[in-house]
Design a protein around this ligand. Sequence first.
Ligand code: NAD
Length: 281
Amino acid sequence: MTAIILDGRALAQELRAAAQSNITALSARIGRAPGLAVVQVLGDAASARYVRSIEKLCAAVGARCRVVALPADAAQVQLEVTIDELNVDPETDGILLQLPLPAHIGTDAAIMRIDHRKDVDGVHPINAGLLAQGRPALVPNTPAGGMELLRRYEIPLRGRRAAVIGRSAIVGRPMAQLLIQADATVTVCHSRTADLGPVLRECEIVCVAAGRPGLVTADMIRPGAVVVDFGTNVAADGSLVGDVDFAAVAEVAGAITPVPGGAGPMTNVMLIRNLIAAAQQ
Ligand code: NAD
């Protein structure tokens, strides 16, 4: 293998320690620990596992975490009233609305209800708009984690050509915006992009968030390119795989994130960063 491994697990550990000391200092200043509220409409098993991991991380870094669980058949109005209460609760600095919501709930309306200053997931349109204008915003955690990995490994971005595969509001689009802010020249590819290969082969940076195992193959990668794989897919044997054919691409790329252990572990620690930023406001 020729590629350097961008080790998200090690970096997340380091950032966690830094977050812990920031929280200690912040708690002393504001007279309480920063508070996260996780709003969860019950019913999604993966979501329940994620919520437990957030609770553990908050406990480890000294943040307060309150899980507000609503029944699976909760009405839209019940969810919105819960969000309204958290918006005005002085001890709640950040609100994380667990997605996906059940089909009977309007996700966009629920997200709109969150006070954007408490939107630690960076999903509110005000934060997305601020990010799109290159202004300070609460940025979605997964792309923020990808950028932090690139920054810590001193991957040059200015003037580089970057491709982002995926245009979701939570990963692909904000990643493209962050790369633009870092002065890269960015192409966004998606499910209607006719042919990925010619686009990717032009690029020194390739970020993939499609949720399609094996989508990016070695022949699409320019020798020496940096590959960030956000994909999280469960393979037939139960193992976790990304969107990139890791073994083959690692022979061509200059640097690559593994799955697991690359972009994934960065996400939660970036949530804590957003919580600290929201509490400091
Ligand atoms: P999504 O389904 O909302 O979006 C997927 C995007 O990929 C879409 O914009 C679509 O146009 C594009 N796409 C799909 N098939 C494609 C193809 N064949 N060619 C090109 N583009 C294609 O998913 P998402 O929420 O953005 O998540 C993307 C991936 O990132 C998933 O695997 C998800 O599990 C993972 N993810 C990881 C983390 C983490 O690491 N913590 C967090 C969020 C999402």
